[in-house]
Structure formats: structure tokens, C-alpha cells
Write a protein that binds this ligand. Structure first.
Ligand code: NIG
Ligand code: FE
Length: 408
């Protein structure tokens, strides 16, 4: 027995995904989508879809007249599990303090590490669930969440357990990434800490069996390219797909490393060169750009248009974390257009289909094509252009996850 979960019909504009040549969007005027057993069964003109799938037979129906329907957002880079906040550091940065100064004084990531080590599992879980609620209300239906505020085996495993529980409980799909190499904990030498990530944390993470990716902060003054490589190669041996925080604050070669180890993505890339872009394209590594972080740091934005012009599948993420406290893919997509040179259509693909590629999802996630997960966002606006256009406004009206209305 199959179940007709949902029919969304009468949309002014229904975006099924990028066109086959990637140059635009495949859209339907007066469009509809039918979702059967959690999966898109039909998409197209309302008359055709509803003839085969009558709305009156569906568990959920949405009359989307006057509205646009787009695939659910995929946010492929967050540090959404943490305790406390760092609002005072935001204010200090406005007074001229740098991110690195704050970290060197034991603030930044290290401060959040202390807060997370002190928090019990229940608190961490309720913090993460609250953030997922906000993300869902802003249209995010799949999110990657990294560990990396534990920096010891016990707390890293605790973070991954919480991420796994949140995935079980919450409608948003949560993709778990191990990031023991997020910073060097206080009192440690970087080489010694790298060895402990490789020799202790990764084997423990492997036997726990929750994490899917392994990420590293490959950055001047944090983990060198050689140290990052050790971590990522140990991760690969443990079945974890690599990801790299690369060329965020300085250019040290993290992009080339991502290409060498066959990473799923290289992220940040503010200082990537044209050779770096070529290396990523050649190695099929998805570039993930994080304009909200550049916004908060007052930094220069990554050059999204340069990646696009070389044919790279540019993805955009929020990087939601205590240093970049934005849950909103819509805001990230506004910045991607205004500050990084993407069109609204390219920005939407960056936050859906290409974001799914950054998570190695090739099952149609990030599209509303037949066979794709039934994750859709109905906007309180008539076209996808309103997502970046209405910056600072949540234009999301209704969210469907696997064919169920989960947010209105
Ligand atoms: O991607 N750069 C490293 N990690 C995060 C920031 C995490 C934090 O500051 O707590 C990022 O921006
Ligand atoms: Fe990050």
C-alpha cells in the first residue's frame, strides 16, 4: 500500500531544480508536486499532477496560489550544537578586535569548548533542538552539524550522540560530522593534539559509528596542511569522508589538500586562488561558501562568480555557530547575490542541489524531481527571487518534510 502524503498545487512558480545544463531553473507556472511515501512522485502543471494525484486523497494539501514552491533548503556547514553565546565577542569585534585575537586570549572556540564540556547531554540536546526549530521555520530541511566543541574524546563522542538523537527526534535531517580538529585545546602542543585526534578520538568515533564526515580547521595558527592531512587520512581509514575548512583567514594550501584527499567539500575559501578553483573542479570537490561568516567578521567575501565561471557547483551554507549566529539560509542567499555575484536562481541552487552535493547526497535531495525526497518550502511570495530580495525577512510560509507539513 502506498500513501499519498501530500499534494501542493496551484503555485505561481514551482521550482523543480536546476535545468539540465545548469544555466537556469526548471520551473512550472501554476505548478504542483505530489509526494507519495515521502518521495516526489510527480511534478508539473497542476492540471496534470492533480489528475493523477487528486488533492482530496492526500494526507496534506497545500493550495499555493499566489506563492512559489522551492525544494527544502540544505544547509551543508554548521556548528549548531553548542552552549552559551558569544554576543560580547560580536561587540568586541565591532570595536576592532580580530577573531584570532579573541581566540589567542582563550575566547572564541575555546570559550565555547568550556561551555560545552560543562553542559550535560540534556541541555545540549535541548539547545540543538531549539536551533533546529528555528532553521526549519526558515526552510531548512537538511542540515550538517559538526562536533568540535569538545576537543577531548569523551565530549566529542557526547556531541555526536546528541547530534544523532536530534536527528531521531526532529523532522530536520541532521548529518553528523566529527571535527575534533577544530581548535587546539588549552595547554596542548598542536602536534601532540593532532596525534591524539588520530590515535584516540578517531578510533573512538569509528567504533561509536555515528559520524559520516571528518572536518579539520586547516588554518594559519591552527592546524597546518601536514597536520590536517594526518587527521583526514586517519578519518578516511576509519570510513569518514573528508571535509576541509580552507583558506578562510589566510592562504595556506587547504584547498589543494581537499583536492588531494578527495574531500566532499572545501569550505570558506575566501583566499582561494584560481589554481585552487581549478584543483577543486578537477577533483570534483564541492566549494561551500559561507557569506554570513564574512559578513560577521567584516571580511572580504569569497568570489562565488569565479567558482561558477569555472563550472564549480557552488554551494552556500549559514555556518551557524556562536561566531555567526544566523540560522537563515535566506539571509546567506541574499549575501551570496549582493556580495558574491550569484543570481537569485544560482543562489537557490547553491542552497539546495549543490548543498546536497557537498554532503555527497545524490538521491535528488535539493530538487523536487520525481524520486527526490519530499522536502518542499512554500514561500509567502510569488517567486524564488523573493528569497534573496526580502533580506532580513523570513519569506517561508509552509515547510514539508518527507511529504508531511512540519512547519506553518
Ligand atoms: O567555520 N572557523 C572555524 N570554525 C567556525 C567558527 C566556530 C566558532 O568560532 O565557534 C567557522 O567559522
Ligand atoms: Fe565552520
Amino acid at each position: 500500500m502506498t500513501a499519498l502524503d501530500a499534494v501542493v498545487y496551484g503555485a505561481d512558480e514551482l521550482v523543480a531544480g536546476p535545468t539540465a545544463d545548469g544555466s537556469g531553473l526548471e520551473t512550472y507556472e501554476d505548478g504542483a508536486v505530489a509526494i507519495v511515501d515521502g518521495t516526489v512522485a510527480a511534478v508539473g502543471p497542476t492540471a496534470e499532477v492533480t489528475a493523477e494525484y487528486p488533492p482530496e486523497n492526500a494526507s496534506h494539501t497545500v493550495d499555493a496560489s499566489g506563492q512559489a514552491v522551492v525544494p527544502g533548503f540544505v544547509d551543508p556547514h554548521t556548528h549548531a550544537l553548542f552552549a552559551g553565546d558569544r554576543a560580547d565577542e560580536f561587540a568586541a569585534k565591532l570595536r576592532g578586535k580580530s577573531y584570532q585575537d579573541i581566540l589567542a586570549e582563550g575566547g572564541g572556540i575555546l570559550r565555547t569548548v568550556r561551555a560545552v564540556r560543562d553542559a550535560d547531554e540534556e541541555t545540549l540536546l535541548s539547545n540543538l533542538l531549539a536551533h533546529l526549530d528555528t532553521m526549519l521555520a526558515h526552510g531548512t530541511t537538511t542540515v550538517e552539524v559538526k562536533s568540535g566543541y569538545g576537543l577531548d574524546t569523551e565530549t566529542e563522542l557526547r556531541m555526536l550522540r546528541v547530534i544523532d538523537s536530534a536527528d531521531d527526534i526532529h523532522p530536520v535531517d541532521v548529518v553528523p560530522t566529527f571535527m575534533g580538529a577544530h581548535a587546539v585545546p588549552e595547554g596542548w602542543d598542536t602536534d601532540d593534539y593532532t596525534a591524539s585526534v588520530v590515535d584516540e578520538q578517531i578510533p573512538a568515533v569509528e567504533s561509536q559509528g555515528i559520524a559520516e564526515f571528518c572536518d579539520v580547521f586547516c588554518e594559519e595558527g591552527v592546524f597546518s596542511v601536514a597536520q590536517s592531512r594526518r587527521v583526514l587520512e586517519a578519518g578516511i581509514a576509519a570510513g569518514l569522508t573528508p571535509k576541509v575548512h580552507a583558506e578562510e583567514l589566510a592562504h595556506i594550501g587547504g584547498t589543494q589538500l581537499a583536492a588531494d584527499v578527495g574531500a566532499a567539500s572545501a569550505d570558506h575559501l575566501l583566499h582561494a586562488t584560481s589554481e585552487d578553483i581549478d584543483a577543486l573542479v578537477e577533483a570534483d570537490v564541492t566549494p561551500v561558501l559561507l557569506p554570513g561568516t564574512a559578513f560577521g567578521l567584516g571580511a572580504t567575501y569569497a568570489d562565488a562568480a569565479a567558482f561558477r565561471d569555472r563550472g564549480a557547483p557552488v554551494a552556500v551554507a549559514t555556518d551557524f555557530n556562536p561566531n555567526c549566529h544566523s540560522h537563515s539560509m535566506g539571509f546567506a542567499l541574499s549575501l551570496a547575490c549582493v556580495e558574491m555575484g550569484l543570481t537569485p536562481a544560482e543562489a537557490l541552487v547553491a542552497g539546495t542541489k549543490h548543498a546536497a552535493l557537498a554532503l555527497d547526497r545524490t538521491d535528488g535531495l535539493g530538487t523536487l524531481r520525481e524520486g527526490a525526497p519530499g522536502d518542499a518550502v512554500v514561500l509567502a511570495a510569488p517567486s524564488h527571487v523573493h528569497i534573496p530580495y526580502q533580506y532580513g525577512t523570513n519569506v517561508v510560509d509552509t515547510v514539508l518534510k518527507d511529504g508531511s507539513v512540519v512547519s506553518t
